[in-house]
Structures are given as structure tokens and as C-alpha cells.
Design a protein around this ligand. Structure first.
Ligand SMILES: C[S@@+](CC[C@H](N)C(=O)[O-])C[C@H]1O[C@@H](n2cnc3c(N)ncnc32)[C@H](O)[C@@H]1O
Length: 332
């Protein structure tokens, strides 16, 4: 049923979120179905179907008196100030799911035909979003919430010896701010597409970090990395493009770094070495093929080890946690 009903279940959860169900259940404990219906201004039989779905999925449950409440994880994720999960729901809804109608064609052609949903310049979702500022904001809200919620401490620690890091494909500057705050002597140069660089500069100024965070337009498909930095970071970049681009990025990083400089890659997710999953890696691989670029996917630790060795890095470490998130570090 999770496969057959998946699209419907997803729509139900998005609707429950937008209609305020999780917020109301967080604010008022032990409500009955009719009280939920009155509070949300919905017909009772609509609420019956919605609550049945949310309970079947394990997002809503009954307390010991039979009243309704959010499952323990839902309150912090959906009703808190961090807004992490809402940003994900909006991104999956507004960016991914319409495009999934094109998946069979994308699989046949081996390219991202889902991009037809977003007319504009370029051949990747990132370039197309520059013609859709509201959707570009949805995308970067998703990325920046992920970063705020989950930039792993071991990634921050991996940059402790660095004085100047190139944050390649750094996005709206959320990671740069986290890193600059964690390491008061660190300079961060974000390299990203031109429309994103403007966001980074505004963000750095807002945070009072304009003296240590700057941004330069860059195309990671062909530009050489500027020299002078002693660390290079790729956060959530290496799933975007194909193997040849990744190999070239590792080689260009090696060329730009001094001896002892470090390359830190946070993919964020890695697949099993035998390519059998996990589910998140499978979904993201479909997303990169069908929509984002038509060539990326989630790679295995063994792929990274091969690229780093071929480029000449003398040390390689890859730590994978229980969420399949990996922090990969190479030293030149
Ligand atoms: C998945 S986001 C990751 C953002 C950020 N590093 C993070 O960890 O949240 C991918 C970023 O890569 C940038 N990007 C994609 N293709 C690019 C290209 N060809 N050249 C430069 N940046 C690119 C996008 O603009 C976006 O900011």
C-alpha cells in the first residue's frame, strides 16, 4: 500500500500540514475528531478520512483517554520554530512530484525530461530555477533547513585546521555562516551560480559576517578552482552530476590545494556498496536523473575512494552514520 497509495498519502500529509492539523494538535491536547473539525473549519467526514490516514501512517495517535495527539516526533518536526519538515514537504511537493510524471520517459532517454515542468534557461534544475524566484526560494529553504538541522559536527570539525575554505556549490550561505561561527579565524568563499551569489552576500551582511564570507560566480562543470585556500568543501554536490564530473572536481581540488590541504565532501547520502539501496538513496537517484541534472545519482563510499586515489590524495577517510550520511576527507 505504501507504493500504491504513496502519492495519495503524500498529498494527505501536505494537506494536513497546510490545513493546520499538526499545529492544532500540538497546541491543544486530547482533542476529539469533532473538535478538530470545528477548529479547522472542515466537514467531519473529511476529518475522519484525514485522521485515519495520519493515524495509519503513524503521524497522529490516540492518548490514554482516546484524545488525539501528534506522534512524538511530529511536534518538533512540524510544529516547531525550526520548520525543517515543512520546508521538505514544500520542496517535494512544488519541485519534485509534478516532474515525476515524466519519470518513465527520463528512464528511457537517460535524461531529465522532468525539467519540462520548469521552462527557462539551462539544462539543470538549478539554472532553470533562476527563472522562477519563488521556486528557487523553496529549493534553498529546503537546503538551508537541512543545513541548519543537520550539518554534522564531524564535518565542522574536519575544517578545524583550515584558514580559508572554498565552499563549492555553497548555496545561500547557510553552511558558510555555520562554519564561520564555529571557526572564528576561518574565511569562507562560496562558489555558486550568479543568482545564488547575490543571496550569499545579502546573508553574510545580515549576519555581520561580510568580512569573512564572500561569494564568486562559478560553474563547477568546467571552471578551475581559485588557488590560495587550504580547504575545499563540497556539501550536497557530489550526487548532482555524473562520474566524470565528480572525478574532475576531485582532480581540480587537488590542483588548487597546497600540500597538507584538505578536501571535505559531504554528499550527504551514500548508497550501499552493492547498489541495493537504501530507500533514500534510491529516491534521490531518481530525482537527479529525472529532474535535477539527468546524470547524477547517489554514489557508494567505494566510488569516492577511487576518485580520491586517482587524483593523488594521500589519505582518505569516509565515516558513514546510521542515517547513511557520510563525511569524506582527503588530505593532499
Ligand atoms: C543541493 S544544493 C547544495 C547547497 C549547499 N552546499 C548545501 O549543502 O546545502 C546544490 C547547489 O549547487 C549549485 N550548483 C548546481 N549546479 C552548479 C554549477 N554547475 N555550478 C555552480 N553551482 C552549481 C546550486 O546552485 C546549489 O546551490
Amino acid at each position: 500500500m505504501l507504493v500504491l497509495g504513496g502519492a495519495g498519502f503524500f498529498r494527505a500529509v501536505v494537506a494536513a500540514h497546510r490545513l493546520g492539523l499538526f499545529r492544532v494538535l500540538a497546541e491543544r491536547l486530547g482533542l476529539s475528531r469533532d473538535e478538530v473539525a470545528t477548529t479547522l473549519g472542515l466537514p467531519p467526514h473529511s476529518v475522519t478520512a484525514l485522521l485515519m490516514t495520519c493515524q495509519a501512517l503513524g503521524w497522529v495517535e490516540r492518548d490514554e483517554h482516546g484524545g488525539l495527539r501528534n506522534a512524538a516526533w511530529v511536534g518538533p518536526a512540524l510544529a516547531s520554530t525550526s520548520q525543517t519538515f515543512p520546508a521538505l514537504l514544500e520542496a517535494f511537493d512544488q519541485l519534485m512530484y509534478g516532474a515525476f510524471e515524466h519519470l518513465e520517459t527520463s528512464l528511457r532517454q537517460g535524461t531529465n525530461t522532468g525539467l519540462e515542468r520548469f521552462p527557462g534557461p539551462g539544462t539543470t534544475l538549478y539554472e532553470r530555477l533562476s527563472a522562477h524566484p519563488a521556486l528557487e526560494s523553496v529549493f534553498h529553504a529546503w537546503m538551508s533547513r537541512l543545513s541548519e538541522a543537520g550539518l554534522p559536527q564531524r564535518l565542522v570539525d574536519a575544517l578545524t585546521p583550515a584558514t580559508h575554505v572554498l565552499d563549492v556549490g555553497g548555496g545561500d550561505g547557510t553552511n558558510a555562516v555555520v562554519l564561520a561561527r564555529a571557526h572564528p579565524h576561518l574565511r569562507v568563499t562560496v562558489l555558486d551560480l550568479p543568482s545564488i551569489c547575490e543571496r550569499v552576500k545579502a546573508r553574510a551582511a545580515d549576519e555581520g559576517l561580510a568580512d569573512r564570507i564572500d561569494a564568486r560566480p562559478f560553474d563547477l562543470r568546467h571552471d578551475e578552482l581559485p588557488s590560495g585556500a587550504d580547504a575545499v568543501l563540497f556539501s550536497r554536490i557530489f550526487n548532482i552530476y555524473g562520474e566524470a564530473t565528480n572525478q574532475a572536481l576531485v582532480e581540480r581540488s587537488f590542483r588548487a590545494l597546497p600540500t597538507g590541504g584538505r578536501l571535505v565532501v559531504f554528499p550527504a547520502m551514500v548508497s550501499d556498496d552493492d547498489g541495493s539501496g537504501p530507500l533514500g538513496a534510491a529516491f534521490l537517484s531518481l530525482y537527479f536523473l529525472n529532474l535535477a541534472t539527468g546524470e547524477g545519482r547517489v554514489y557508494a563510499p567505494a566510488d569516492y575512494e577511487r576518485w580520491f586515489a586517482q587524483a593523488g590524495f594521500s589519505s582518505f577517510s569516509c565515516e558513514v552514520d546510521e542515517r547513511d550520511e557520510a563525511v569524506i576527507v582527503g588530505v593532499k
